[in-house]
Design a protein around this ligand. Structure first.
Ligand SMILES: Cc1ncc(COP(=O)(O)O)c(C=O)c1O
Length: 387
């Protein structure tokens, strides 16, 4: 394939690999780089996959996904997200990443413009360019004071050429969750506009904000134009299984169905059976885990509060916090290199999430509270040496 712009490596993969290598050499690295939960895939899910394999769910199957799984996803969407759809409006994909790629490839044409929110999950930009190498990308930075959407700026950017807006809440990397006023603002700005809203909700169940996750697809004004992206990777610790899904109205579904037929054929059927078992887990299944993420987020906030060179807008959901290191005078790459080399703590430089964010670093909240606390103390010590 000929691409007009260079596609970057996946940064998150590079960083977690480095931390794993150093750990393998016996160096006691504390990783703040992890982008996946650290609990094992639930046993009931593993059992369901094994059973389905034995039952012969090992052959080509429906490109849209097994009907029983799509029905279960519809029930989940209605119950948890307030999104009312038929099973023909749901397609099971190999991970949320592929759902995003298929969505972008189905809606973008040469010369179309896309608004992307920064900082962002680093795969969005390559994915836009893979889907449509001639796409024009406009970046909209979140507000610095609280990571909320700058709706005034968004309004200015929304020309008739803009055909898609990508959002992701709970947000990677800031941990910001979409608020009701932000959602209403999106409804006000986008309704009746010829612009798709691609809403990546992969972190929806990792929520320690005490408030409900809001899905744009539940809003009548946005329901027709919203493409909801979700998956099993983060909620059920199934990152290696590669299963996600895409929810959209018929015009999009017609195209993504054809793309899926030619690109992926179908998602592994026994993994779809495992996903069905995951959806049957009780609502309370993540309660303890969310408590742990909250405890780590609070621990970080406590230490930042007594470290003058650091600032933090508390994280509300997802797996990350985005720490402001501007007062240290270092750029994020230099800061993170020193942190790992001198204090053996791996964090991800903010620059990887957007050019204007080199004065931030991303801290993953995923690790046991004892290691997390030690990592944050090492971070504090390191900052103390920077003068
Ligand atoms: C915002 C966001 N979207 C999508 C993905 C990819 O999810 P999946 O593993 O289902 O492809 C990630 C993974 O880190 C992510 O952070």
């Amino acid at each position: 394939m000929k691409l007009s712009r260079e596609i970057q490596d996946s940064i998150e993969l590079r960083f977690s690999t480095l931390a794993r290598q150093m750990n393998g050499r016996g160096e006691r690295i504390i990783s703040f780089g992890l982008g996946e939960p650290d609990f094992p895939t639930p046993p009931a899910v593993v059992e369901a996959a094994t059973k389905a394999m034995r039952q012969g769910y090992t052959r080509y199957s429906n490109p849209m996904g097994l009907p029983e799984l799509r029905e279960a996803i519809c029930t989940k969407l209605a119950r948890e997200n307030g999104i009312q759809v038929r099973s023909g409006e749901v397609m099971v994909t190999p991970g949320a990443k592929m759902a995003l790629s298929l969505a972008l490839a189905s809606v973008l044409r040469p010369g179309d413009e896309v608004i992307n929110i920064l900082p962002c999950y680093p795969s969005y930009l390559p994915q836009i360019l893979i889907a449509e190498p001639e796409a024009v990308i406009h970046n909209l930075d979140l507000r610095r004071e609280n990571f909320s959407l700058d709706l005034d700026r968004l309004e200015q950017m929304l020309s008739p050429k803009v055909k898609a807006l990508i959002i992701n809440f709970p947000h990677n990397p800031t941990g910001h969750m979409l608020s009701r006023p932000e959602l209403n603002g999106l409804g006000h700005l986008l309704a009746e506009r010829d612009c798709w809203l691609i809403s990546d909700e992969i972190y929806e169940r990792l929520n320690f904000s005490g408030t409900r996750h809001l899905s744009p697809g539940s809003m009548p004004a946005l329901a027709e134009q919203t493409i909801t992206i979700n998956g099993f990777s983060k909620t059920y610790s199934m990152t290696g299984w590669r299963i996600g899904y895409l929810v959209a109205k018929e015009p999009v579904m017609k195209i993504v169905n054809k793309l899926q037929q030619h690109l992926n054929t179908n998602v592994v059927p026994f993994i779809q059976k495992a996903a069905l078992a995951a959806l049957a887990l009780p609502d309370s299944f993540l309660d303890d885990y969310n408590q742990r993420l909250l405890a780590n987020a609070q621990r970080l906030a406590e230490i930042v509060a007594v470290t003058p060179a650091l600032r933090l807008q508390p994280s509300e959901g997802g797996l990350f916090a985005f720490l402001d290191i501007s007062q240290t005078g270092l750029d994020s790459d230099t800061f993170c290199s020193g942190l790992i080399e001198r204090y053996m703590v791996a964090a991800t430089p903010g620059i990887y999430f957007g050019p204007a964010w080199e004065d931030h670093i991303r801290i993953s909240l995923v690790t046991d509270t004892v290691s997390f606390t030690e990592g944050v103390q090492r971070l504090q010590e390191y900052v103390g040496t920077l003068g």
